[in-house]
Design a protein around this ligand. Sequence first.
Ligand code: AMP
Length: 116
Amino acid sequence: MPSVFTRIIQRELPAAIVFEDERVIAFKDINPAAPVHILIVPKKEIASINDVTQADEALLGHMFIVAGQVAREQGVAESGYRLLLNNGRDAGQEVFHLHLHLIGGRRLGPMVLRGG
Ligand code: AMP
């Protein structure tokens, strides 16, 4: 079964796409946590960081380059933003197709709740 993000890449599902090249796509999160909430997704369907190999090194680097570019285009490069990657159950990963969340446009508060 293709992931929901692969279905977006293949234009089987709609999305508000803000960036695309041959290796990466970026689109607005459907349930945004902040005024700017973009998902940066490799077109290669990698389930999680657990599945990354040496062959993906350049692709992962490219995702960060794209993140910086998208942040500038979204107007949060100077105000600041958070890049977040949920990996596995304890992190609450919902979609098992690797993705970076780019979240900004307001004060984001602490990175994680401490304690517990
Ligand atoms: P994660 O918990 O890191 O796996 O995050 C998955 C993210 O994908 C969530 O923030 C969802 O709101 C988002 N999401 C799920 N389906 C879609 C979709 N069809 N279009 C845009 N974002 C989506």
